[in-house]
Design a protein around this ligand. Sequence first.
Ligand SMILES: Cc1cc2nc3c(=O)[nH]c(=O)nc-3n(C[C@H](O)[C@H](O)[C@H](O)COP(=O)(O)OP(=O)(O)OC[C@H]3O[C@@H](n4cnc5c(N)ncnc54)[C@H](O)[C@@H]3O)c2cc1C
Length: 432
Amino acid sequence: MQRVVVIGGGIAGIQASLDLADAGFEVHLVEKSPSIGGHMAQLDKTFPTNDCSMCILSPKMINCADHERIKLHTYSEVESVTGEFPKFKVKIKEKARYIDLERCTGCEDCVAKCPVKVPSEFEAGLAVRKAVYLPFPQAVPRKVTIDADHCRMIKEKKCGVCKKVCKAGAVDYEQKDTTIELNASAVVVATGFDLMDASSVLQYGLGHCKDVVTSLQLERILCASGPSSGHLARPSDGSEPKRLAFVQCVGSRDAKWHEYCSSVCCMYATKESILAREHVPDIESTIFYMDMRATGKGFQEFVSRAKSAYGVRYIRARPSSVQPGEGGKGVLVSYETRGPAGEPVTEEFDLLVLCPALVPSRGTAELAKLLNIKLDSDSFVRTSGLLRPIDSPRKGVLACGFASGPMDIPDSVSQASAVAARVAELLAQGSG
Ligand SMILES: Cc1cc2nc3c(=O)[nH]c(=O)nc-3n(C[C@H](O)[C@H](O)[C@H](O)COP(=O)(O)OP(=O)(O)OC[C@H]3O[C@@H](n4cnc5c(N)ncnc54)[C@H](O)[C@@H]3O)c2cc1C
C-alpha cells in the first residue's frame, strides 16, 4: 500500500484524505490543532445555499477518523521532509497533550473543574475555554488537551485537579512530545488561511470601538452553538442591533497591506446579512464594498435575493474612519458617496463587521522551507501554472484549498479531489 501525508485538516485536507484513502492509499493526516475541521467548523451556514456548515462537515470528520486507511495525527506538525518522489521520508512531531488518548472518554469532568480560563480560539476570542479543553463539541478526536502554556500544574506544580477528577486515569503531566518517521510517496499541503489582524488597520476601530467585530466573530455570534447561543447581540451592552454594517476589503486589495482579493468576503458578507435578518426580522444591513465579486454558480442570484428579499443595502464606498458612538455604544462610520457630487456622509450603526484579508496560515513560510517548495508573491504556495494548479514545482508535493490561494469551500473540495486523482496518476506513471 502506498502512503501519502496530508498536512492540514480543514475541509481541503479532509476531502483529499478521504478520496486518497478510498482510492487505496494509506493516508497520514497531520493537523496542528487538537481537532480536524479547520475554519469550516467555525462557520454557521455556508453560501450560497445557507446549508448548516457543521451538518455537512461533521460526517466527513467522523468518516476520516473511522476510515481504516486514515491515521490522524492531531496536535502535530511536520518537522522534516527529505528524499524525492516517490520516496519521501517525513518526520512528524506529535506534541504532548498530557492526556492518554486511549483512555480519555471526552466526558469533560476535568474541563468542568479546571480553574484556568483563557480566550477560546474556536469562539474567535468571544468566549473563554479552560486550560484543559475540548476545542468544540463536535471535535474529532473527541479527546481533551491540556494547554501547557496555561496549565498551573505543568507551569508551577500547583493544582492537579484534572488528574484528581479523571475517572479514566487519562491525565499524564509527564507526557513528552514524540517524533515518528514515515516513508511516503507523496505529500499534500492543505494548510489553509488565517484572518489578518484587522486591528492594525487603525481607521476601522477594531480594539478601540466595542461594537466592531470581525466576520469570523459574527459567524460565531450567529451560530446556535456559539457564545450567545445564536442570539445576535452587540458587545457593548448586549442589545439586539437594528443597524448592521460590513466593511469589505479590510487589508485586501490594498497596496499598503495585501494587493490580492480574498475572494470569499463579498459572498460571506451577503450570507451574514441574510442570516442576521433571519435572527432579527427588523434589522437593516449595509455592505460597504469596492466591487462585487459574485462569480460562482448561483452567487449573483444570491446577491440579488439579498437585495430584493432581505433589503440588504450595498454602498460602493471605502469608509475613511470609524469612531465609537455616544457613550461608547455603536459606531459612526464616515464615507463618501460616489459620483461627481460625491458627498461626505457620517452614518450611525449599532454593530460594525470587518471583513479582513485572509492570509496564508501562520507557519506557511517555514513549512515551504522544509518542503523545499516556493511561495508566490502573496505568500501562498506556488503551484505550476494554469494547467497544473495543484502541483508544486517539486514533484510529488501537491497543494489544495486556501493554502495555494483564496478560494471558497466548493473550490477547495474540487481541488482536494483533484489532488487525490493526481497522486494516483503520478504514482501510476512511476518515478519517470
Ligand atoms: C468569515 C468567513 C466566512 C466564510 N463563509 C464561507 C461560506 O459560507 N461558504 C464558503 O464556501 N466559504 C466560506 N468561507 C471560506 C472557507 O472558510 C474556506 O474556503 C475553507 O475553510 C478553506 O478550507 P481549507 O481546508 O483550505 O483551509 P482551513 O479551513 O483554513 O483549514 C486549514 C487547516 O490546516 C491546519 N494547519 C495550518 N497550518 C498547519 C501546519 N503547518 N501543520 C498542520 N496543520 C496546519 C489548520 O489548523 C486548519 O485546520 C468563509 C471564510 C470566512 C473567513
